[in-house]
Ligand binder design. Structure first.
Ligand code: ADP
Ligand code: MG
Length: 302
């Protein structure tokens, strides 16, 4: 069985009551092969996190079917889903999500304690091995607050690998670290994908991550679209434009479209969701501006 993810007509609708509904996902069909390294791109609010959460059994589809590692999880109870998550999925989040009071070593041990697959001494040994794998053998007894963002994310990667999951899901894993650290993290995940053969699905805004992926899945407004929206740049600049620049521009355009879309939807949303989505866009815009600035300076210094 070579498909590790199979989504068939998956729909996810959030119901806010008063007849207000948000279609986070509209009829998603997607298959991902075992061992693939896939990135998912698209503007804020287009459904990337929802998609990842359904693949990871953190959320259930409103309609359609989700088959993960050969198991139909569509109608599973919360308890059954929790087991699937523990055994098959490794999550890496944007904000690391480590337990603040526990050390790196303890954080990595947690998922193994819950599966009951290993003895206590094995758990500790494995956790140390995993932290060594991500280059943190000197941080075993540090707590999250005593580590940099990049180090915390590496702990999270070690934790994600603890139960040898078939799928690694990462939701903007480099969203909160500087670019260089982001690169190290991605090289690490990519290396693990190459050496351990785990399937990796990464949500990202970073075109450089997308570039090293075997496949990029573009999303817009709850749907998978075949390619990113076409750019219209004048011929002389398009001759000069490299891929990186094109992708930055594409992101900018998407963001523009998403902000317009949000303003149109404004009175359909409650204040909190509106503010949340808006904040997401603002942050994304900030990151994008920074990336453009860096790109500009790089070019100027050439
Ligand atoms: N728990 C939730 N309750 C209500 N609406 C949600 C929830 N999660 C996401 N949404 C809505 O679903 C849409 C897709 O969100 P999300 O998957 O988080 O997008 P992305 O990760 O691409 O930014 C957005 O309009 C968002 O407001
Ligand atoms: Mg998201």
């Amino acid at each position: 069985m070579s498909n590790v993810v199979e989504l068939r007509n998956v729909v996810k609708t959030y119901d806010f009551g008063d007849n207000i509904k948000v279609d986070a996902l509209r009829s998603i069909n997607l298959t991902i092969k075992r061992g693939e390294f896939v990135s998912i791109m698209g503007p804020s609010g287009c459904g990337k996190t929802t998609l990842l959460n359904i693949i990871g059994g953190l959320d259930s589809p409103t309609d359609g079917q989700a088959i993960i590692d050969g198991i139909d999880i569509t109608l599973m109870s919360e308890g059954e889903l929790a087991r699937i998550r523990r055994e098959k999925i490794g999550f890496i989040f944007q904000f690391f999500n480590l337990v603040p009071l526990l050390t790196a070593l303890e954080n990595v041990q947690i998922p193994m304690i819950f599966t009951g697959r290993f003895s206590n001494s094995e758990i500790k040994e494995r956790a140390i091995e995993l932290l060594r794998l991500v280059g943190l053998e000197h941080r075993l007894h540090h707590r999250p607050t005593q580590m940099s963002g990049g180090e915390q994310q590496r702990v999270a990667i070690a934790r994600a690998l603890a139960n040898e999951p078939s799928i690694i899901l990462a939701d903007e894993p480099t969203g909160n670290v500087d670019r260089e650290t982001g690169w190290k993290i991605i090289r690490l995940i990519k290396g693990l994908n190459e050496t351990l053969g785990q399937t990796c699905i990464i949500v990202t805004h970073d075109p450089t991550i997308a570039q090293i992926s075997e496949r990029i899945i573009y999303m817009l407004d709850g749907q998978i679209i075949p390619e990113p929206p076409k750019l219209t740049i004048n011929p002389s600049s398009s001759m000069l434009a490299d891929e990186r620049r094109q992708m930055l521009l594409a992101e900018l355009k998407w963001l523009e479209a998403s902000i317009k879309g949000l303003e149109v939807r404004k009175n359909k949303l409650d204040q909190k969701s509106y503010a949340q989505v808006k904040l997401g866009y603002e942050k994304q815009l900030e990151r994008l501006k920074k990336a453009v600035q860096e790109e500009y300076e790089k070019r100027r210094s050439k």
